[in-house]
Structure formats: C-alpha cells, structure tokens
Design a protein around this ligand. Structure first.
Ligand code: S3P
Length: 442
C-alpha cells in the first residue's frame, strides 16, 4: 500500500464514531472461545490485529464467525476445551494477540507455534514466558526470546503468585488466561494498575476474580481456576486510543469542534484526557453510560491553546499508547513539555521514543531524547513540515505524524500506511469526514 500525506487544514467539525476498542475486542473473542455456549459481540474492532486473534481461535477449534449484520458470534469450547492447532498461528503485528494466546496455550496439553511480522518478531516475549514457565509450560524461542515460539503447554498446570517486574496488561492477562485452566488460585501483583479489561470481562463471563489495592500503589488480582465460563453478550465501546488522534487534531486545528461518540473511558485508559486537560484543552465528557462492564461517553473537543507541562512516570500506564500523539500536541503547545518514565515505549510496535524524536526533529520541532524521556519545546512560528516520515510498521507512529501534518506549514507524508489497519481501519476517511486533508501520496 502506498504512503499517505496530510496537508495543513482548516477547522474540523462534525460527529464521528471511532472503531471498537482493540484490547476489549481481543479479550471478547478469547473469553468467548473459552466459554460454553454462544457469545455475541457488537462493535468488535475488525482490524488486522483482532482478526489475527479470531483466525487463531478458529484454528484452536472454536468458531468465531462474522455475521452479515456486522456482529460476531463465537461458539466456545469451554475452559481447557481448545484443541491442538494444525499449523503455525500467525499473530501479524499484534503483541496483544501473541502474548494473550501464549497465556491460553501455556496450560493446554499440546504444542502451539506462534509467528509474527518483522516488527512483532523483534519484540520481547521472555516477559510472558517467565511466569508461564513457572506454571509448567515450556518454550522454544528464537535467540533473545523472540517469535517464532513453540509453546509446550503444561500437562499438570501449577497455580502461581507472580509479581510483575513492569506494568504490563498483556503479561498480567497472559498469566490470568493460563490460570483459567489451572486448579486453585492464580495471583498476579502489578506494580502500578494497568488496563483492567481482562479482570472486568472475566467477571462478566462468570469467573471469580478478586482485585485488591496493594500498599505500594499497585494491585493484586486473584483468579479461581477452572471456572465454567458461559457465553455472554459483549458490546465493545469505541477505542480511546484511536479517538486520541482526531481528539488531538481538533485541539490543534483552529475553530474546530468535534464530537467523538461512544468512546470507552475506562479510567485506566484515559491518562491522555487528564494530561490534555492539564495542558489547557477543552474536552467535554458527555452522556456517560455503561457497556458490558465498561464505561463509555461522548467526547466533545474544541480547538484550544495548549501549554507545556511535565508528565510524570506515574501517568505512563494509563496512556502508554498515546505518547506519540501527545508528543504531537506538545510540539504545538506553548513552552516546554517533559514526558518521563517512557522506557516501555522502546519495545512497542517500534521504538516509539526514538521514532518520535527523529520524526519531530525532521519536521522542525525542537526535541531532546534521553533513554526514557522526551522533552519537546513547542510554540512560536508553525513548524515547517515538508518531510517524509518512516512509520517502522507502527500504526500509531503513522497516525501521529499524519495529525502533525494538519498543522505544519507544508505537508507531512508517511512511507507506509498499511500498518494503520492493524488498529484503525478507515482512519483517513474518518479524519477527512471531519474536514482533514489526508490522501495517498502521488
Ligand atoms: C495492551 C496492553 C499494552 C498496550 C497494548 C495493548 C493490552 O501493552 O500498549 O497496545 O491489550 O493488554 P503492554 O502490556 O506491553 O504494556
């Protein structure tokens, strides 16, 4: 697929609904496949990442089916009921699909092999394998603990208490999913709370999950193994991480006012909202409602003069995927913005810290990168732009720079737009519907 370019734009206006939440979509399919009976999912994100999970679950013997009305039906096999896949499971670009399904397969008594694209094959998987080994699984991985990986699932799974060395919802969920087919109590202790979609959805499907705060500011999550999960209805809210792109675009384009309807506002996901409000953004949260155990709302965003702030490391888990687009907001804010505690950004779909620093500098922004921080000095005249940015197979890098191109003097292009489909199919059309000018490079 050719690249995309975005040109300076006038006001953005109108109402848009971003596609379904990626994290919740993966989990709805997986828990549907591990339940007895039928699960019906409305608003599933039909992106490449989520389709990788659906295809893998079908290879495990569950049935995840796309209906003509746009809904998905999953006929599950029950906890422990999946069967040995006949071939390699291709996880594409998706770290969530890979780590969550490694968790599922760790306590199934057969071999499962996972592969991924060039980006995913560089990402660390050892962090998931360490606790899963303690539960009895064995792994054969490429050097450095990377994909392709073969999991030999435990014949007699052992319940563990595992203290996560880093804040990672994927590793937490991998252990909990392995714990589903393990007798007794599986416990995960996290240093800081991370997105709790798994805990909420496990409870929604009938598992016994106890969540407690720890004295150090983290959380302790305990799951009683071998529950009988039953198929449920799930309505997936819009993805806050996708909404972040039109949100920042509307803040930056003068005289804009847009409404993003039905966006998930789980408090462990909305760190960007708090940060932008601290920077002076005008964002209203209206029509709050509950959807299958998650909160959603309409977000009303108006163009705002932003000012630079310091964002502390404690904010990182609740806005981990939003730093690329926050860096763009910071580039257009008055004064200095310091983003701290960002070591995890180096092991996402790309080295996001390096990619943002390099791309912003190329577009004319004054930026300093350290091992785990980014300092951006915004304000003054418009940044020149007029550059092509490498997306590094990273959807959020691609979209962040397309948002920046709406507010630079000259257009910004990205070399590869195909990667955007891993989380936000229809991104350019949605943005253009609001008044942006994003099109294929000539
Ligand atoms: C996710 C967790 C986060 C996030 C990713 C989705 C999830 O990753 O960056 O996009 O669905 O659990 P980590 O667990 O690596 O922090």
């Amino acid at each position: 697929m050719p690249g995309l370019q975005s040109s300076p734009t006038g006001p953005l206006s109108g109402v848009a609904a971003v596609p379904g939440d990626k994290s919740i979509s993966h989990r709805a399919l997986i828990l549907g496949a591990l339940s007895v009976g039928e699960t019906r999912i409305t608003g599933l994100l039909e992106s490449e990442d989520v389709l990788a999970t659906a295809t893998a679950l079908n290879t495990f013997g569950a049935q995840a089916i796309h209906e003509d009305d746009g809904k998905w039906r999953v006929f599950g096999r029950g906890v422990g009921g999946l069967s040995e896949p006949s071939g390699v499971l291709d996880m594409g670009n998706s770290g969530t699909a890979a780590r969550l399904l490694m968790g599922v397969s760790a306590t199934l008594p057969f071999n499962t092999t996972f592969s991924g694209d060039a980006s995913l094959s560089k990402r660390p998987m050892e962090r998931a394998m360490i606790p899963l080994r303690q539960m009895g699984a064995q792994f054969t991985a490429r050097d450095g603990g990377c994909l392709p990986i073969t999991v030999s699932g435990a014949q007699a799974p052992i319940p563990i208490t595992y203290e996560l060395p880093m804040a990672s919802a994927q590793v937490k969920t991998a252990v909990l999913l392995a714990g589903l087919n393990t007798p007794g109590l599986t416990t995960v202790i996290e240093p800081q709370p991370t997105r709790d979609h798994s805990e909420r959805m496990l409870a929604h499907f009938g598992a016994e999950v106890v969540v407690e705060d720890t004295p150090g500011g983290g959380r302790r999550i305990s799951l009683t193994g071998q529950p009988e999960l039953t198929g449920h209805r799930v309505t997936v809210p819009g993805d806050f991480s996708s909404a972040a792109f039109p949100m920042v675009a509307a803040l930056l384009a003068p005289k804009s006012r847009i409404t993003l309807s039905g966006v998930g506002i789980n408090p462990l996901r909305t760190g960007l909202l708090e940060t932008l409000l601290e920077m002076g953004a005008s964002i209203g949260v209206e029509n709050r409602r509950s959807l299958s155990g998650e909160e959603a709302a309409d977000l009303v965003v108006e163009s705002s003069a932003l000012k630079g702030i310091t964002v502390s490391p404690s904010r990182a888990p609740s806005m981990i995927d939003e730093y690329p687009v926050l860096a763009v907001a910071a580039a257009l804010a008055e004064g200095e913005t310091r983003l701290e505690g960002l070591a995890e950004l180096r092991v996402k779909e790309s080295d996001r810290l390096g990619a943002m620093a390099k791309g912003l500098a190329a577009a004319g922004v004054d930026v300093t990168e350290t091992e785990d921080s980014l300092t951006i000095r915004g304000g003054g005249a418009k940044h020149p732009g007029g550059v092509q940015i490498e997306a590094h197979l990273d959807h959020r890098i691609a979209m962040a720079f397309l948002v920046l191109g709406l507010a630079t003097e000259r257009l910004i292009s990205i070399d590869d737009a195909a990667t955007i489909d891993s989380s936000f199919p229809g991104f350019a059309a949605l943005m253009n519907g609001l008044g942006a000018d994003i099109k294929e490079c000539p």
